[in-house]
Design a protein around this ligand. Structure first.
Ligand SMILES: Nc1ncnc2c1ncn2[C@@H]1O[C@H](COP(=O)(O)OP(=O)(O)OP(=O)(O)O)[C@@H](O)[C@H]1O
Ligand SMILES: [Mg+2]
Length: 242
């Protein structure tokens, strides 16, 4: 069997759990409650890719660009030059929606198709190999049925896979609940699920990281402790059981 091509996230601990990286073209759902590290994980993934020569695009819906960049500037991994050189492209999805004249509250089937086309065109024109949407939850609120959500993510994932682009979609869930999405659909269409959780211990909240699924490969499902630091961004460590 030919060996599958892998997208190396550049976060060594995560790549180790995966046995090298994520199968190229996968759609990975990054699930977590507020403050769990979803945006940071996606940005580090894109920046690491750009440093390996893979262009990326980050579509934000939850944070305006000026706040996003201000927050990310606190991390050593965040390299402004990669933004300026176009290796990492930051795009406010709400501005795209406005320019397309889409309804701000609810998308019709035609609106969703127009948005999908624009996302695909941007990915194609920029020749990106890594893409993130933060968050797919906010986007899905504008789609009016489970069928539309399924259709949107499926078509987006298939088109990007055809471009050999690996996609991260963030999914917002309530804290300390075993739930992967708000609509109960996103996880079934995604090829992979990364779950960012937390455990309360002696009054402290310990961040946790767990790979729930990654289609097409054997991988660790062990829950790790996750550390976010300005120097190293996201790192994993064994979760001490006691
Ligand atoms: N420079 C930094 N150094 C260390 N930790 C940081 C730094 N900046 C942010 N953090 C930590 O990361 C957390 C936020 O992470 P992030 O924004 O990636 O979470 P999120 O899951 O995207 O949250 P939300 O759902 O609210 O968008 C902060 O609450 C803080 O604990
Ligand atoms: Mg966020």
């Amino acid at each position: 069997m030919p060996e599958e091509e892998l997208c190396v996230t550049g976060m060594a601990d995560l790549d180790n759990l995966l046995g090298g990286g994520i199968p190229v073209g996968s759609t990975v759902l990054v699930v977590g409650s507020s403050g769990s590290g979803k945006t940071t994980l996606c940005m580090q993934y894109l920046v690491n890719g750009a440093q390996q020569g893979e262009r990326g695009v980050f579509f934000t819906i939850t944070e305006p660009l000026f706040k996003l960049t201000k927050n990310m500037e606190g991390f050593s991994f965040y390299d402004k030059k990669l933004i300026e050189s176009g290796m990492v492209n930051l795009i406010d999805l709400r501005i795209i929606s406005e320019r397309l004249g889409l309804d701000t509250e609810k998308y019709s089937v035609e609106d969703a198709a127009a948005l999908l086309d624009v996302l695909k065109d941007i990915a194609d024109e920029l020749n990106v190999k890594r893409l993130a949407i933060d968050s797919i939850t906010a986007l899905c609120y504008r789609l009016q049925s489970k069928e539309m959500i399924r259709d949107f993510i499926f078509k987006l994932g298939s088109s990007l896979a055809a471009m050999n682009c690996t996609t991260f979609l963030t999914s917002e869930v309530p804290p300390r609940k075993f739930q992967y999405s708000q609509h109960g659909i996103e996880e079934f269409i995604s090829d992979g699920i990364i779950f960012l959780g937390d455990i309360e211990r002696k009054g402290d909240l310990i961040r946790t990281f767990q790979l729930i699924k990654m289609r097409g490969m054997a991988h660790s499902r062990t829950k790790s402790a996750m550390i976010i630091s300005s120097n190293n961004g996201i790192e994993l460590a064994p979760l001490l059981k006691s």
